[in-house]
Design a protein around this ligand. Structure first.
Ligand code: HEC
Ligand code: HEC
Ligand code: HEC
Ligand code: HEC
Ligand code: HEC
Length: 504
C-alpha cells in the first residue's frame, strides 16, 4: 500500500478539525442526527444511484442500487399512502393524514422540510434512501470518491456527515433509531398508533435484520485478500470480527438505546405534555398488559427481578442477549442491577414518573458507561485463532439463556443470535446445527419478511405477542427445548461449562 493511500488530503483534514470530535455521553447519541445537522444537505438519491448502480471498484464491489430497489426501505414511503389498507384505518382512527404527519414521515421516508435538499429531487418518493441511512451527502460526496477516504476513522467520516455503517455501533444506532425509536429525530412510535393498527415493531436483532433487508455490501472479511490486507492496515479494527460478535454489540447498543429513549421521552413530555403525554405505553413491555390471565404463568415462573410483581416493566427484549454480551466481554455486570435505578422509580408507583425516570437515567449514567466498556472490548476482537473458541463459548451461553426464556421477543432475539453462532460452530455436527436452526425458525418465525400478525387474534390467542404461541405448535416448553445443545464434540480449549442462568 502506498503511503499516499492513507494520508488525509488537506481539505478533509481541515473539515475534521473544524467540526471537532464526535459528541459522547448518555443523552447525546454520538451518531444520532447528522441528517439534521445544518452543516449538510441532501444531494438526492438520483445522485447516489448514478454511480452506485454498478460496482465502484475493488473497495465497493457490489452493485448497490438493485439490492436497495428490492429492499423494503425503498418502498417504505408507500406505507403512508391511503391506498394501504392498514394506513387508511389508522388515518381514520387517529384523525390524521399519514403523509403529512411528522412522526410517520420521520420513520418511513425523509422529513419533508429538513434537512434542506440541495438539488431538485423528489425525496418523498424515494422511501428510506441512501442518505437516510448513510447521512446527507453534501459534505462527503466529493471527498468519498478519493481512495484516501477508505482509511479515515469512523469519527473522521462522521465529520463529513457520513455515518460509518460498517462500524457495528453506528450501524445498530442507525437501525434502532427507526426500529425502536429515537426522540432526537422525531422517530417516536406511540401506543395510539399501535392501537389504531400499526404493526407491533418486532424485537430487533441487528445481524438477522441486516440479512433480512438484503445486504448491498460485503463485510471486509468477505472481500478479496488484497482488500483485507489494506483494511488490516487501516481503521477496520472497529468492524467486529464475526456476525455473532456484531450481534452481541447490537444487543448492548439496543440496551443503551432503550434507556436513552425513556430518558429522552421523559424530557420531551415535561415540555410538551399535549403531544407527548405521560405515560407513553409504547415504552413499556407490551406483554405486561396484553396477556391472558393464567395461573401459574411464565411471568410468575421467571419472576419479576427487582420489580414489584404486577407492575408494567419497560421494554425488555434487549436484556437477555446483552447479559450474554457482558459475560463474553468478561465484565461481571448484572443487567438487572444496571437497570435498578429505573426499577426503583417503577416500584414507587406504576409507570413511574417522567421526572423520576429522567433522574434515574442521570443517576445511572455511570453504570451505563459500562455498556460502552463492554462494546469497546467486543469491537476490539479480531478474526484470529481464538475466534472459534470465543464463538463456541458465546453460542453455549446463548443456548443456556434460551433454556430459561419466558417471553416471545426475548426468545426470538436469542434464537436469531444462536443461528449466527451455530452457522460457524463446527464443534457440533452439521446435521444437528441445521436441524436446530430450522426448528427455531419454524417455532419463532425467524424468517423475513417478519409476519406482522402471524396468528389472527382469536379467543384462544388474543394477541400474538402474548405468549410463545406464535407458531401453531409453539409453546414455552417446546421453545426452551429447541435451545438445548448436545455437548460439543470438540470442546474448545479454555472454555468453562456454563450452567443455565437462574430464571428471572
Ligand atoms: C461519482 C460517482 C459516485 C457518486 C455520485 C456517489 N458515490 Fe459513493 N462511492 C463511489 C466510489 C468510486 C466509491 C469507492 C471509493 C473507494 O474506492 O474507496 C464509493 C464508496 C461509497 C461508500 C463506501 C464508503 C466507505 O467508507 O467505504 C458509501 C457508503 C457510498 N459510496 C455512498 C454513497 C452515497 C450515499 C451517495 C449519494 C449521496 C454516493 N455514494 C454517491 C462513487 C460515487
Ligand atoms: C419509530 C418509527 C416508526 C413510526 C413513528 C411509524 N412507523 Fe410505520 N413502521 C415502522 C417500521 C420499522 C415498520 C416495519 C415493521 C416490521 O418490521 O414489520 C413499519 C411498518 C408500517 C406499516 C406496515 C408495512 C406496510 O408497508 O404495509 C404501515 C402501514 C405503517 N408502518 C404505517 C405507519 C403510519 C401511518 C405511521 C404514522 C401514524 C407510522 N407507520 C409511524 C416504523 C415506524
Ligand atoms: C436502511 C439503511 C440503508 C440504506 C437505505 C442504504 N444503505 Fe448502504 N449500507 C447500509 C449499511 C448498514 C451498510 C454496511 C453494512 C455492514 O458492513 O454491516 C451499507 C453499506 C454500503 C456500501 C458499502 C459497500 C461495501 O461492500 O463495502 C455502499 C457503497 C452503500 N451502502 C451505498 C448505498 C447506496 C448508494 C444506497 C442507496 C441506493 C444505500 N447504500 C442505501 C445501510 C443502508
Ligand atoms: C400499561 C398497559 C399497556 C401496555 C404496556 C401496552 N398496552 Fe396496548 N393496550 C392497552 C389498553 C388498556 C388498550 C385498550 C384495550 C381496550 O380497548 O379494551 C390497548 C390496546 C392495544 C391495541 C388494540 C387492540 C386491542 O387488543 O385492544 C393494540 C394493537 C395494542 N394495544 C398494542 C400494544 C403494543 C404493540 C404494545 C407494546 C409496544 C402495547 N400495546 C403496550 C394497554 C397497554
Ligand atoms: C429511517 C428509518 C429506518 C432506518 C434507519 C432503518 N429502517 Fe428498516 N425499516 C423501516 C421501515 C419504515 C420499514 C417498513 C417498510 C415497509 O414495509 O413499508 C423497515 C423495514 C425493514 C425490514 C423488513 C421488515 C420485516 O419485518 O420484514 C428489515 C429487515 C429492516 N428494515 C432492517 C433494517 C436494518 C438492518 C437497518 C439498519 C442498517 C434499518 N432497517 C434501518 C425504517 C427504517
Amino acid at each position: 500500500m502506498s503511503s499516499t493511500g492513507r494520508s488525509i488530503p488537506a481539505t478533509i483534514a481541515a473539515v475534521v478539525v473544524l467540526l471537532g470530535g464526535v459528541s459522547r455521553g448518555f443523552s447525546a447519541a454520538p451518531d444520532a442526527q447528522p441528517l439534521r445537522s445544518p452543516a449538510f444537505r441532501l444531494k438526492g438519491t438520483d445522485r447516489c444511484v448514478k454511480c452506485h448502480r454498478s460496482e465502484q471498484g475493488d473497495w465497493c464491489d457490489v452493485a448497490t442500487t438493485s439490492a436497495w430497489r428490492h429492499d423494503a426501505h425503498s418502498r417504505a414511503h408507500l406505507a403512508l399512502s391511503p391506498d394501504n389498507e392498514r394506513t387508511r384505518a389508522m388515518e381514520q382512527a387517529l384523525g390524521i393524514k399519514a403523509a403529512e404527519t411528522a412522526s410517520c414521515i420521520a420513520c418511513h421516508t425523509h422529513s419533508i422540510d429538513e434537512p434542506p435538499i440541495e438539488e431538485e429531487t423528489n425525496v418523498l418518493h424515494a422511501g428510506i434512501s441512501c442518505e437516510t441511512c448513510h447521512g446527507a451527502g453534501s459534505g462527503y460526496l466529493e471527498p468519498h470518491l478519493e481512495k484516501s477516504w477508505r482509511f479515515l476513522s469512523s469519527a473522521e467520516k462522521q465529520a463529513f456527515g457520513m455515518h460509518d455503517l460498517r462500524n457495528p455501533i453506528a450501524k445498530a444506532q442507525n437501525c434502532l433509531s427507526c426500529h425502536l425509536g429515537e426522540v432526537a429525530t422525531g422517530r417516536i412510535i406511540t401506543h395510539q398508533m399501535y392501537a389504531a393498527g400499526h404493526p407491533p415493531l418486532p424485537a430487533f436483532e441487528m445481524e438477522a435484520f441486516s440479512a433480512g433487508m438484503g445486504p448491498h455490501w460485503k463485510r471486509v472479511w468477505e472481500k478479496s485478500p488484497k482488500i483485507q490486507q489494506l483494511a488490516a492496515e487501516a481503521h477496520y479494527e472497529t468492524e467486529g470480527a464475526s456476525e455473532l460478535e456484531r450481534s452481541l454489540v447490537g444487543a448492548l447498543v439496543a440496551l443503551r438505546e432503550t434507556a436513552r429513549l425513556v430518558n429522552d421521552y421523559a424530557n420531551v413530555t415535561e415540555n410538551d405534555a399535549k403531544d407527548h403525554p405521560w405515560p407513553e405505553l409504547a415504552l413499556y413491555d407490551c406483554q405486561a398488559c396484553h396477556h391472558e390471565l393464567a395461573v401459574p404463568s411464565w411471568r410468575q415462573e421467571v419472576g419479576y427481578g427487582r420489580l414489584v410483581p404486577g407492575r408494567p416493566s419497560l421494554v425488555r427484549w434487549p436484556r437477555r442477549l446483552a447479559a450474554v454480551a457482558f459475560a463474553e466481554a468478561g465484565l461481571p455486570i448484572d443487567v438487572d442491577a444496571l437497570l435498578e435505578p429505573f426499577v426503583a422509580v417503577l416500584n414507587r408507583r406504576p409507570f413511574g414518573t417522567a421526572d423520576g425516570l429522567r433522574q434515574a437515567a442521570d443517576a445511572g449514567a455511570e453504570s451505563f458507561a459500562q455498556i460502552d466498556r463492554a462494546i469497546e472490548v467486543l469491537t476490539r476482537w479480531q478474526r484470529d485463532d481464538t475466534l472459534a473458541a470465543r464463538e463456541q463459548a458465546a453460542t453455549t451461553r446463548i443456548a443456556a439463556a434460551g433454556r430459561a426464556v419466558g417471553d416471545f421477543d426475548s426468545a426470538r432475539i436469542l434464537a436469531w443470535a444462536l443461528t449466527h453462532g451455530l452457522a460457524n460452530a463446527d464443534a457440533w455436527p452439521q446435521d444437528m446445527r441445521s436441524e436446530k436452526i430450522a426448528e427455531l425458525s419454524r417455532l419463532l418465525l425467524l424468517g423475513f419478511p417478519t409476519p406482522a400478525y402471524p396468528v389472527p387474534p382469536s379467543p384462544e390467542k388474543p394477541f400474538w405477542q402474548t405468549s410463545l404461541t406464535a407458531a401453531p405448535d409453539a409453546d414455552i416448553a417446546r421453545v426452551r427445548k429447541a435451545f438445548e445443545l448436545p455437548p460439543a464434540e470438540k470442546p474448545a480449549p479454555g472454555i468453562e461449562v456454563i450452567p443455565p442462568p437462574v430464571a428471572r
